[in-house]
Design a protein around this ligand. Sequence first.
Ligand SMILES: [Fe+2]
Ligand SMILES: [Fe+2]
Length: 327
Amino acid sequence: MSEALIGALGREPGRASALCAGDEAGRADPYGDDLQLALYLCYELHYRGLDGVDDGWEWDPELLRLRGALEARFLDALRADAPVHAGPRAAQEALDALLVEPVHGKGLSFYLKDEGELWQLREYAALRSLYHLKEADPHAWVIPRLTGRAKAGLVAVEYDEFGAGRAERAHQRLYAELMEDLDLDPAYGHYLEAATAPLLATVNLMSVLGLHRALRGGLVGHFAALEITSSPGSRRIAQALERVGAGPAAVGFHAEHVEADAVHEQVVRREVVGGLLADEPGLGDDVAFGVDATVWLEDRFSDAVLSAWGRGASALREPPEAAPEAA
Ligand SMILES: [Fe+2]
Ligand SMILES: [Fe+2]
């Protein structure tokens, strides 16, 4: 499917015949490389486009038909695998569960804090660049679908994410500087071909929730999960980067998130989630789904990276080019 899509994207839109039969998507591994890469490329047309690809593909009906089939497969799998919380207090309980921080946690950020080496931090940064170089973009799509407190709160947080009026403070920009500090290539999308399906799935989740109005509750839940878990996770990554002697921009990106996201968390819980559920109480399960799906995919990503490293292998298809020797 991804091969057929890449082939089609090299041509002009409007003349694609049968990019994919829906049953092919229906049989694909919902978390596998083929489906996740195809979906990622479909979505990228809505962000900054793809080099050498006609912008008209964004709304090509055949491509949208393919995208719909891939999304259905992905979402059906997530709805079967991810949910933990249900019932009238599902959203509240899902968010509360995020606040419980284990002292001796097992995830990726705990590993990096305790024993991560510079090459592992570079791999982690290269993988995460698929999101952070467009940080906060997927969440902007939900703005017209919200009203009142939810809208005001979400926009207040997004304003910070985009630099509060200062381009050089935009988190996307700060992340590019982090990558430069780590001798990585900060060009948008540079590491797409090196990324693996578990990482692509975490970004595809934001895109599918952002692009569908029907999934606005899920997007809000996802946004809340990111903001709530970001502050402690960022502290651990900042500690890891400091320990390996990374430069000030690399440490600074995460230090910024330790502080900013402690505030964002409060706004998101009270205003964005609270406001949405006051307006639309029927969306509680959707908010919980957004939280649970985020946690589930993040855990899968963490397991995949740690298992590659545990085998002494790179967590990428191709490890990032080696950093030049320090002078
Ligand atoms: Fe941020
Ligand atoms: Fe934030």
